[in-house]
Design a protein around this ligand. Structure first.
Ligand code: SF4
Length: 105
């Protein structure tokens, strides 16, 4: 079976239950996900700007960057997808600082 490299809906059955999902997933073989074997998956959930820059540097050279970003947006993902920091699939301009935002006077 030929690998479909565009984003598509897929499903499988297990124990009489049908599971539907948006494919491909980062675990799909045959796609060159640059981060597939990265030793630190937390890199893609950055806690500061330096970590975000490190993840974006890896993404910049990734051959599936556009597919990855579209997949992250379609699946309402969090973290860095295609070099873009997402929150519920929406791009964030910067890493959120922990805690409540400061009150504006
Ligand atoms: S674009 Fe970034 S997050 Fe997406 S597969 Fe490539 S390296 Fe991983």
């Amino acid at each position: 079976m030929k690998m479909q490299k565009t984003i598509h809906e897929d499903k499988f059955e297990t124990k009489g239950v049908t599971i539907a999902f948006t494919a491909p997933t980062p675990l799909d073989p045959g796609l060159a996900w640059a981060c597939a074997d990265h030793p630190d998956p937390e890199l893609f959930h950055p806690v500061d700007d330096a970590a975000l820059a490190a993840a974006q540097e890896l993404c910049a050279a990734c051959p599936v960057r556009e597919l990855c970003l579209e997949l992250g947006q379609r699946r309402d993902e969090f973290g860095v997808w295609g070099g873009v920091l997402l929150e519920s699939g929406k791009p964030l301009a910067a890493v959120r600082k922990p805690g409540r935002p400061k009150k504006v006077a």
